[in-house]
Design a protein around this ligand. Structure first.
Ligand code: TXA
Ligand code: MG
Length: 339
């Protein structure tokens, strides 16, 4: 399939109306969109990404008026969240509407939905006037794309086209919150923080993925390897001396070592490849750079990656969630402080 790299919004809208797959920018990451009411269109998403069929997709709409096309009912908490955070990076899980393709929800009775705030996404969704299923536009298991180039690197030849809207603003996926229970549960931390949500609806729970894969996870996406660069990554928790010692030991085993560190720490360490990722004084700069930084390691010939660890308050919670997944929860900790 030939992938058109610079689609206009009109071209993208007409491809989507014709059940084709189109990647487009949102404020979080690029999504790979298709008509959420069509089995044929939705199965093309799973095929292009190599995504397991039991992992449901998020549905995107351009206005609240479209919500009844996607969900069967809206709880009071969900209404408050919609007023506070849409358009924006909050995906809300609600009981699904019968019209949607069952492939979108992987057979679940619930569906995740959001209105993105990116002007290109909004204009496209309004023009198409259909609910659009759109997971992140990466090959399954790879870091999510934050530029049109990342999308092309992963999916060129497998999708109809890409709308290039430049670099995405937030850089991490939306927060996913399940509003089907009395007390809502955050299933995936993201662009909107727990603190911001609790300021609107009061106490929420945060779901913690089981460490073993025996139990069925509550959000099916949680059980898969995610966001991972090619070389195995380990998070290092400790002071600068400990971090350097970890690097030195791997090098003395003959390994080429890449490290992922904040700008503050970049000059402190001696490694084969140093990739920087924003500043510790502003977590939004770390979030924005994170996936590009993870992809950068694949351009280098390295055997292992060691990564700095961050405080998990505010946006730090989403950053650590992605880093832990990218490193398959491998953490090397010194007893005592952080880098
Ligand atoms: O920011 C985002 O959310 C991006 C942009 C493109 O909107 N999309 C995105 O989609 O990250 P995806 O498919 O890569 O991640 C969706 C996550 C998965 O972990 C999936 O398992 C979970 O949401 N999910 C979707 N529907 C669900 C449902 N009904 N119940 C529980 N989890 C659900
Ligand atoms: Mg994804």
């Amino acid at each position: 399939m030939e992938t058109k790299l610079k689609l206009s919004i009109e071209e993208a809208a007409s491809l989507l109306q014709n059940k084709q797959t189109v990647a487009f920018p949102t404020e979080t990451v690029y999504g790979l969109g298709a008509d959420a009411t069509s089995d044929e269109a939705v199965s093309a998403i799973f095929a292009a990404k190599g995504r397991p069929g039991d992992n449901p997709l998020i549905v995107h709409i351009g206005s609240v008026e479209q919500l009844p096309q996607v969900v069967a009912e809206v709880s009071d908490a969900a209404k408050m969240l919609i007023d506070a955070f849409w358009p924006g990076s909050l995906t809300i899980i609600l009981p699904k509407q019968a019209n949607l393709s069952d492939l979108v929800t992987a057979g679940l009775s619930t569906v995740g939905v959001r209105i993105p705030s990116h002007p290109v996404a909004l204009e496209l969704l309004k023009k198409v006037n259909l609910p659009i299923a759109a997971p992140s536009a990466n090959v399954s298991g790879r870091p999510s794309p934050t530029t049109a180039q990342h999308v092309a690197d992963d999916l060129r030849g497998k999708i109809a086209g890409i709308v290039d809207g430049g670099e995405t603003q937030i850089g991490l996926e939306s927060t996913v919150i399940d509003c089907t229970a009395t007390i809502p549960v955050i299933l995936r931390p993201g662009g909107v923080t727990k603190e911001e949500i609790e300021a609107v609806i009061g106490k929420v729970y945060v779901y913690e993925a089981p460490k073993t894969e025996h139990r069925r996870p509550r959000s099916p996406g949680m059980k898969y390897k995610h966001y991972a660069p090619a070389a195995p990554m380990t998070i290092v928790r400790g002071d600068a001396g400990f971090f350097q010692q970890v690097i030195d030991e791997a090098q003395s085993d003959g390994k080429k070592v890449g490290i992922l560190v904040s700008e503050e720490n970049a000059s402190k360490f001696d490694a084969d490849v140093v990739v920087t990722c924003g500043t510790r004084s502003d977590f939004s700069s770390v979030a924005k750079r994170l996936y590009d930084a993870l992809r950068e390691f694949d351009q280098h010939d390295i055997d292992v990656i060691y990564c700095e660890s961050f405080d998990d308050s505010g946006l730090g919670e989403a950053i650590m969630n992605r880093l832990l997944k990218a490193s398959s929860h491998r953490v090397m900790a010194q007893s005592g402080g952080d880098v």
